[in-house]
Design a protein around this ligand. Structure first.
Ligand code: 2IP
Ligand code: CA
Length: 399
C-alpha cells in the first residue's frame, strides 16, 4: 500500500485529537468560546484562537509528513499562513518544535503567556498516535513522491466547530449543522495533471459518550492510481452478509425509480433550489460544510452534492474527489456540466487541482469557480443533469 496514505491517515487522527482537545478541554474551550465576543476578538492574542487551532492542525500535518517523507512538507498547501505578529510587534512563525517544552514556549508567545492552554495544546500535539486499516494493509502500491501535491483544509466548517451544538438530530442520517459537520480534509493530487489520487476525510465528532462526554470520530479514505481503486467503504461493504447485500441490491434497483437525492448548501440560489425540488421532490437536504456534504455522497446518504456558487476552494474538494474517484464517481465543474452537450459522450469536466484561476487574486486563485457537482455513479449523474436542465428556467441555462 502507499506509505504516504498510511501516514496521512495517522496524521489526520492526530489532527482530529487536536480538534477534539480544543472543544473538550475546559481551558482550551474557553478560548474558542471567546470568539463569540466580537469586541474582544484578536485583542488578547496575536491570533484568534480559532485560527490558531486551524494553523496548528495544518502545521502538525505538514511537519509530520516532512519528517517521514523529506521534501513533501513544502508541497502541502492550505488556506492558512503560519506567521503571526503579536501585540508587541514580534513576528512569530508557528512551527512544531522538537520537544514538547519548546512547543509550550512558542505557543505561549502566541497566546500571550497563557501557560495552561499552551501546555494542554503542546501535549496533544506531541502525543503519539497509531492508526491502522486492514483494507489498506492488504495492498501494495507505490506512487512516486515527486509528482505529488497536497491540499489541506485543517478544519472545514469552522463556524460549526466554534458554535456548533453537540445535540443536533440528523434527518435521514444527515446532520444539517452541528459538530458532525466538521471535517479535516487532506487531498493528494498529481501536480502534472491535476488529478486527485488519494484522499482522507477525518470526521472528529461523530458520536459522544454521554457519561464521559468524550467524542469518537471516524476516518474515510480512497486511492485511485493507474487502475488501482480502493477505499475505506469497501471494508464495510464486504463485511456484510450475502443476504444483506441481496436485500440491498434489490432495494437499490427500486431506488433508481425513486427521485435522486441531493445535499445542498444553505446559501444555494433560489432558482437552483426550485429546480432541485422539481427533480428530487423532498429528497433534498441542507447541511453545513463543503467537506461534510461531499462525505454524505461518499457514505451513500445522498446521490449528489451540488453547489452553484464559487465559494468552495481546492482544499474543500480535493480529498472527497479522490475518494469518489476510487468509488467510480467524481466531482465535476457544475457550470461546464450544464453547458456541455451530453450527446458528445466526452469525459466529464472534472475539477483539477494544479492550476490557479487566471486573473484571480488571493484565495480566489484556488476557487472552484464554476461551482461543483459530486457524485458516486456517472449514470446517476447523467440522469440528474438532464432532469436538472429540463427543470431550470430558460434564463438560467443560457447564462
Ligand atoms: C467553508 C465551509 C462552509 C462552506 C464553504 C467552505 O470552509 O465548508 O461551510 O459553505 O464553502 O469554504 P457551505 O456550508 O455553505 O457549503 P471553512 O469552514 O474552512 O471556511
Ligand atoms: Ca473549508
Amino acid at each position: 500500500m502507499s506509505d504516504i496514505l498510511r501516514e496521512l491517515l495517522r496524521v489526520s487522527e492526530k489532527a482530529a485529537n487536536i480538534a477534539r482537545a480544543c472543544r473538550q478541554q475546559e481551558t482550551l474551550f474557553q478560548l474558542l468560546i471567546e470568539e463569540k465576543k466580537e469586541g474582544e476578538k484578536n485583542k488578547k492574542f496575536a491570533v484568534d484562537f480559532k485560527t490558531l487551532a486551524d494553523v496548528l492542525v495544518q502545521e502538525v500535518i505538514k511537519q509530520n509528513m516532512e519528517n517521514k517523507f523529506p521534501g513533501l512538507g513544502k508541497k502541502i498547501f492550505g488556506e492558512e499562513s503560519n506567521e503571526f505578529t503579536n501585540d508587541l510587534g514580534e513576528k512569530i512563525t508557528l512551527r512544531l518544535c522538537s520537544t514538547e517544552e519548546e512547543t509550550v514556549e512558542l505557543l505561549s508567545k502566541v497566546l500571550n503567556g497563557n501557560k495552561l492552554a499552551s501546555e494542554a495544546l503542546a501535549k496533544v500535539v506531541h502525543q503519539d498516535v497509531a492508526f491502522t486499516d486492514p483494507t489498506l494493509d492488504s495492498i501494495e502500491i507505490n506512487i512516486p513522491q515527486d509528482i505529488l501535491g497536497i491540499w489541506v483544509d485543517p478544519i472545514d466548517s469552522t463556524y460549526q466547530y466554534i458554535k456548533g451544538s453537540a445535540d443536533i438530530k440528523s434527518i435521514q442520517g444527515i446532520f444539517p449543522c452541528g459538530l458532525q459537520c466538521v471535517t479535516i480534509l487532506i487531498g493528494v493530487y498529481d501536480m502534472q495533471t491535476g488529478v486527485p489520487l488519494m484522499g482522507v476525510i477525518n470526521q472528529p465528532f461523530v458520536s459522544q459518550d454521554l457519561n464521559t462526554l468524550r467524542w469518537k470520530g471516524q476516518c474515510y479514505w480512497g486511492l485511485s492510481y493507474m487502475g488501482t481503486n480502493i477505499h475505506s467503504r469497501q471494508l464495510t461493504i464486504s463485511k456484510r452478509t450475502v443476504k444483506e447485500t441481496q436485500t440491498e441490491n434489490a432495494s437499490s434497483e427500486a431506488e433508481f425509480s425513486h427521485p435522486l437525492s441531493a445535499v445542498i448548501s444553505t446559501s444555494e440560489k433560489e432558482s437552483i433550489k426550485a429546480a432541485l425540488s422539481r427533480v428530487c421532490g423532498d429528497r433534498i437536504f441542507g447541511a453545513a460544510g463543503a467537506g461534510y456534504k461531499s462525505l454524505c455522497v461518499v457514505q451513500g446518504l445522498v446521490d449528489i452534492y451540488i453547489f452553484s456558487e464559487d465559494t468552495t476552494f481546492k482544499w474543500d474538494s480535493c480529498a472527497a474527489h479522490a475518494i469518489l474517484r476510487a468509488m467510480g464517481g467524481g466531482i465535476a465543474d457544475l457550470k461546464e456540466c450544464l453547458e456541455r452537450n451530453p450527446e458528445t459522450g466526452l469525459d466529464l469536466p472534472q475539477l483539477v487541482y494544479h492550476v490557479e484561476n487566471e486573473g484571480a487574486t488571493g484565495v480566489d486563485r484556488w476557487a472552484n469557480k464554476g461551482g461543483l457537482i459530486a457524485y458516486r455513479s456517472r449514470k446517476q449523474l447523467e440522469t440528474f443533469l438532464s432532469l436538472l436542465l429540463q427543470n431550470l428556467a430558460p434564463v438560467q441555462t443560457q447564462s
